[in-house]
Design a protein around this ligand. Structure first.
Ligand code: AHR
Length: 313
């Protein structure tokens, strides 16, 4: 009897110890539209592997309906937790309620969600997109003394990274009467679309000068660089190029003089997301609703050295 008690006490301890960490986590990722996104997916996968987590990864190909299907499938599989990097902000409430009913914690990473009940998710790990837009806007206004006709390549419509980056940038240039956005269209965060839209901008300008391209991510900025070169102009000189992300290809473009500045957005959000899940499993059910990380502005001056540091990472 004594032995039985000892054995059962040990198994109870073993069960509770083995439950103190997440073992199976579903991750619904936006897609693979940019170099930044690919680095982010790889970083989460590497972090999960290091922690011995079975990560169920679903690429939504930039479609919210695919994300909702993936989340429902994670719920049906009974995962310990779900991580969502949402494509757009709206339309999340019903599926988050399903996760809550199944008692599965949800961590939001990167872009935000727009829900009136914040008990539907545990926490959000992301940069301050408004601050990013503000920082790059300030850099550009400083560089041009506030005289600038700007072409804007917007990110995906309805995505926080597009909405908030535009808000931050616009708030800065509003203080400069000779700075204005003269062209604006979505390039859906991809290089191909960024190039296509920039070609359209240049055609529509019909030889009238543009001072700068403000792209909501590096990938579209790199597409614009190509379009500007093909039009016989010099990106980085004839037209300044500013954006956000800090991917190796963009550092290379800055080192080559083809782009001017970017705000770094670290893709290493897997660690804090898994930490939040583990804390939840250990009993910390009420967590701060936003864990923010904001990067700094990088320019041509340090680009070559930064590229060397990053290209083999
Ligand atoms: O939501 C973050 C943005 O999404 C990144 O800046 C961009 O590269 C990605 O597609």
């Amino acid at each position: 009897m004594k032995n039985f008690k000892l054995v059962s006490a040990f198994s109870l301890w073993a069960v509770s110890a083995s439950c103190a960490f997440a073992t199976t986590v579903g991750f619904s990722q936006v897609g693979s539209e940019s170099g930044w996104r690919t680095s982010f997916s790889e970083a989460v996968k590497a972090e999960a592997k290091q922690r011995g987590i079975d990560l169920k990864f679903a690429d939504a190909q930039q479609k919210q309906e695919n994300q909702i299907k993936a989340v429902r499938s994670f719920i049906a599989q009974g995962v310990d937790a779900i991580i969502i990097a949402p494509v757009v902000e709206t339309g999340w409430k019903p599926v988050l309620k399903e996760a809550k009913r199944a008692r599965i914690p949800v961590v939001i990473v990167d872009r935000n969600i727009n829900v009136d009940d914040d008990s539907l998710y545990l926490t959000r790990i992301a940069t301050d997109f408004t601050e990013e837009g503000r920082k790059i806007g300030e850099w550009l206004m400083d560089k041009t003394q506030g005289n600038c006709d700007i072409a804007e390549l917007q990110g995906t419509v309805g995505a926080t990274a597009a909405i908030d980056r535009a808000t931050g940038f616009n708030a800065v240039i509003a203080n400069y009467p000779n700075a204005k956005i003269v062209r604006s269209q979505t390039g859906e965060f991809t290089r191909a679309k960024g190039k296509e839209v920039m070609e359209g901008f240049l055609k529509a300008q019909n030889g009238q000068a543009l001072c700068a391209v403000w792209a909501h991510n590096d990938e579209m900025a790199l597409g614009a660089v190509q379009a500007i070169k093909e039009a016989g102009l010099k990106p980085g000189k004839d037209i300044l190029i500013v954006s956000v992300d800090g991917v190796p290809d963009y550092f290379k473009a800055m080192a080559d003089g083809d782009a001017n500045a970017t705000v770094e957005y670290s893709p290493h959000m897997g660690g804090p997301a898994f930490d939040a899940i583990d804390a939840f499993i250990k009993g910390n059910k009420e967590q701060s609703k936003w864990v923010s990380t904001t990067g700094e502005v990088f320019t041509q001056e340090t680009a070559a050295a930064e590229y060397e540091k990053r290209r083999l990472r």
